[in-house]
Design a protein around this ligand. Structure first.
Ligand SMILES: [Zn+2]
Length: 260
């Protein structure tokens, strides 16, 4: 896929292919050593810095590539930031573009480029085959996702998003934020479905999330109904309660239970 970005065209597939080649060794050991990868890509220095932005890709006074990450961020986040900056490098290389001065890149920050850099970053830290192998034979649950995110040394959020990208199983995730005043009421809800299947719900995702939360409170166990590749199915689920930006959230991980 080529993503158009301003006047440039990014070769996203080419960058992902380059990332796959970098982490495709059968002797691949986890977690991925991101600083070693940076060095292999010609980055002379990767260093922590006192700054307001998450990451910085630029050149030192010697003209060599340099990546900086925020001193105060958790290490899993910094690993993703470093991988994201490497994502930019691979995008430029795959698209045969010069790496611009950092100031220019920051000023012309483009969503297409940033999203593409994140996709490449996921490929570097959570290689597709390694993730698929680990998901193939185990029952999916937040506990399992927590274990795997530790193994890959990434955040649970990053790993759960990656599952949606690579799994071959029909999988759905809801991230529901509840009201501060009444934690039984869904304030907003995001829903992602695995790309390998066409999944449609019989009612809007926010309503599904509300039923799932009601189900947690007791009463009857609720299983969302969905059409997976046109077959009606009931989804089994697992829930986790989290605090995100000081707001209570419920995360639901759903997967196919039975075809009806
Ligand atoms: Zn970026």
């Amino acid at each position: 896929m080529f993503a158009k970005s301003g006047n440039s065209i990014w070769n996203v597939d080419g960058a992902i292919e380059m990332a796959r080649n970098l982490v495709s060794s059968p002797q691949l050991s986890l977690p991925i050593n991101i600083c070693e990868l940076a060095s292999a890509l010609g980055v002379a220095r990767v260093e922590a810095a006192d700054m307001s932005i998450d990451g910085y890709l630029g050149r030192g006074s010697d003209g060599r590539l340099l990546i900086r990450y925020k001193t105060t961020s958790p290490m899993t986040r910094n690993r993703f930031t470093i991988a994201h900056e490497l994502g930019h490098i691979l995008l430029y290389r795959a698209s045969s573009c010069e790496i611009p001065e950092c100031a220019t890149r920051a000023r012309n920050r483009c969503t297409d480029e940033e999203l593409a850099a994140n996709r490449v970053a996921s490929e570097l830290l959570m290689p597709c085959d390694a993730v698929r192998t680990r998901l193939a034979y185990s029952r999916l649950s937040w506990e399992r996702i927590r274990e795997l995110s530790r193994e890959f040394d990434v955040s649970i959020t990053a790993f759960s998003r990656r599952i949606i990208e690579v799994t071959k199983r029909p999988t759905v995730m809801f991230w529901a934020t509840v009201s501060d005043k009444d934690p039984s009421i869904v304030r907003s809800c995001r829903c992602s479905v695995s790309m390998a299947h066409q999944i449609l719900f019989s009612q809007p995702p926010t309503l599904e999330a509300q039923h799932l939360i009601d189900s947690l409170e007791g009463g009857e166990v609720y299983h969302p109904r969905a059409f997976i590749d046109a077959d009606e199915c009931l989804l089994q689920w697992d829930a986790m309660k989290v605090e995100k930006f000081n707001r209570a959230q419920h995360w639901f991980l759903c997967w196919e239970l039975t075809r009806r």
